[in-house]
Design a protein. Structure first.
Length: 175
């Protein structure tokens, strides 16, 4: 939702956003365990996910998502209610940025496809880090510097040769 820095226009774009963009704005980070397992940092919250509230008055509450409200950008959790003045219980609405997904609802094949599509990007970075331990990195760095030294010496020799060749034509041209 970028394109302008004007806060009023930003709010207008947010409130008038189409459903496919609203869905992406309903994303929450995954727990460290899920991040390590799935290789994905964030996903949109869905009904059936188990989440934990990480900020706000209800911090630490864990529950299952009972409803996702795309119109108001809010998530409702089972068991998270407050009592109205007349005594009726109503669900407390929570913004998805205040949540952390603990378990995923993978009943939907589209969500599985999203995970499969996002996973290779994160895996490549992890594989590179896993393949090169610190000792190997240090050994490679030594090899690179040793390879660079002969090149530097060769370039110094070519520079001296170039200076000599430049000086000799000047003397010949001067005579």
């Amino acid at each position: 939702m970028q394109g302008t820095k004007n806060p009023g226009k930003q709010r207008k774009m947010l409130f008038n956003a189409p459903a496919h963009i609203r869905h992406k704005l309903m994303a929450s980070p995954l727990s460290p365990e899920l991040l390590a397992q799935r290789g994905v940092k964030t996903l949109p919250v869905r009904k059936g996910d188990s989440v934990r509230i990480v900020r706000g008055d209800h911090k630490g509450f864990e529950g299952k998502v009972s409803r996702v409200d795309l119109k108001h950008f809010r998530v409702y959790l089972e068991g998270l209610t407050r009592e109205k003045v007349d005594g009726t219980a109503v669900f407390v609405a929570t913004h998805p940025s205040k949540l952390m997904i603990r378990t995923l609802n993978l009943d939907d094949k589209v969500r599985k496809a999203v995970l499969a599509r996002k996973k290779p990007i994160m895996k490549k970075k992890g594989e590179k880090a896993a393949k090169k331990p610190a000792a190997k990195k240090a050994a490679e760095a030594k090899e690179i510097t040793e390879e660079a030294k002969p090149v530097a010496v060769a370039s110094e020799e070519t520079a001296k040769a170039a200076e000599e060749s430049e000086s000799s034509p000047q003397t010949e041209g001067g005579t």
